[in-house]
Design a binder for this molecule. Structure first.
Ligand code: HEM
Length: 411
């Protein structure tokens, strides 16, 4: 449908669905206001499904000012200065997880990454107590929350009496019980786990101690909501991206060999130690992940509500006014496959981001949209690359992998 309308009408067009005017903005030239407009002019839209998953106390249930304050609690743990401290625990989780694989066998990579990333997120983003509680039951509950909370019907009708919504709510209640127990026991014990930087409080204590600008401390439900949101953000998108990276590498010998060779050279130079600086040298692996994400963005379609009219100018120079009340849509998957930006977009070609080509910059700053952009771009991008690189560098160094199943379909 998007392709038909784009071919017929160009980069800006409106369709009417159940009396809602939905305007599609195709391509980086017309994406600026979508991503960088003020919250008072374009607001987040269709995010009720996330409210059903993380609760009414945090995130998209709140007005933009309060939500942005809560983003501050997030961004602290993800600042470049803090990223280094996550590497040690990340490596520990990855090494002990894959140590269980043994010498040979067949695994379901998607399933393995889903489990591993809950453990990494719990350890790095929340703290030791949550990680210790992250047993099989906890991970299964988390999977149920996501699987039943993020599917087409739950996204469109998050409160309809469907089986998926019932399962999502049941999983959420049990997760909240576990997390509440942890937070209460930490509060009553008054014991603060020290982070790897001994002068700092650990992440769980920081979540508990978060305060709004007016000095108001966060409530218990807000802390639980933030923890759940953190776990969701840390886990879901990175596990799908790790899986797609694997599917492409294992079905593309040239890139698999290039990524293995890069690891060999890095080991020759630095030994087996992996730290923040070593991760920064994994350029081929970085491009392989970035290309997998271009072809399989975690957020396929992004949307906002227009609160104040604005104008866009398409690449042919024509201007369109988008009226207040419209829903605007940035179809990330479609935008990631525009042939005037990405040469042969259907081909897995990590080189397209390398020196001399840099197709992700061809159309300006909104050419590559997998992490959003502008005002609400992903705060976890650097952290996500870090954890996916830690996982894949470990696999490439220690295992000989072969894809047994056919190349997966997008579900
Ligand atoms: C491959 C991994 C990831 C992908 C593809 C991804 C994708 C995105 C996208 C597309 C947005 C923009 C949403 C919008 O425009 O409305 C976003 C926002 C956000 N992401 Fe990520 N994300 C990833 C990993 C993470 C991680 C690991 C974290 C934190 C632990 C995180 C935290 C956030 C937050 C807090 C926002 C909201 C920013 C705001 O509204 O100001 N993300 N992400």
């Amino acid at each position: 449908m998007v392709m038909d309308q784009y071919t017929k009408l160009g980069s800006v067009f409106t369709i009417s669905l159940f009396r809602v005017n939905i305007t599609f903005l195709i391509g980086p030239e017309v994406s600026g206001h979508f991503y960088s407009g003020l919250d008072s002019e374009v607001s987040h839209n269709m995010m009720d499904f996330s409210v059903a998953m993380i609760g009414k106390e945090v995130g998209y249930a709140l007005d933009a000012t309060l939500r942005n304050e809560q983003q501050r609690f997030f961004s602290d743990a993800l600042k470049p200065s803090k990223l280094r401290s996550h590497i040690g625990p990340m490596l520990h989780e990855v090494e002990s997880y894959f140590a269980k694989w043994g010498q040979q066998g067949t695994v379901d990579l998607k399933h393995e990454f889903e489990r591993l990333l809950v453990l990494i997120s719990a350890r790095c983003l929340i703290g030791k107590e949550v990680r210790e509680k992250a047993d099989d039951d906890f991970v299964t509950l988390f999977d149920e929350l996501i699987e039943n909370g993020v599917n087409l019907t739950s996204v469109l009708f998050p409160y309809a009496p469907t089986l998926a919504n019932f399962r999502r709510d049941r999983a959420r209640v049990k997760l909240v019980e576990t997390l509440t127990e942890i937070v209460r026991s930490r509060k009553s014990s008054n014991q603060v786990e020290r982070s790897s930087n001994q002068d700092e409080k650990d992440v769980l204590q920081k979540r508990i101690d978060c305060k709004y600008r007016d000095g108001r401390p966060t409530t218990e439900s807000e802390v639980i909501g933030l923890i759940t949101a953190f776990l969701l953000a840390g886990k879901h998108t990175s596990s799908t991206t790790s899986t797609w990276t694997g599917a492409h590498l294992l079905s593309n010998r040239m890139w698999l060999l290039a990524a293995i060779q890069e690891q060999k050279e890095i080991v020759r130079k630095h030994g087996y130690c992996v730290d923040y600086n070593v991760l920064q040298e994994m350029d081929i692996l970085y491009c392989c992940i970035k290309e997998a994400l271009r072809m399989h963005p975690s957020l396929v379609v992004n949307s906002r509500k227009v609160l104040k009219n604005f104008t866009v100018r398409c690449k042919e120079g024509v201007e369109y006014e988008i009226p207040k009340g419209h829903t605007i849509v940035s179809p990330i998957l479609f935008n990631s496959n525009l042939p005037y930006i990405y040469k042969k977009p259907g081909m897995y070609d990590p080189d397209r981001f390398g020196p001399g080509r840099e197709e992700d910059k061809l159309g300006g700053k909104f050419s590559y949209q997998a992490f959003g952009g502008g005002r609400h771009s992903c705060t976890g991008e650097a952290y996500a690359y870090m954890q996916i690189k830690v996982i894949w560098s470990h696999l490439l160094r220690n295992f000989e992998l072969k894809l047994e199943s056919p190349f997966p379909n997008t579900n």
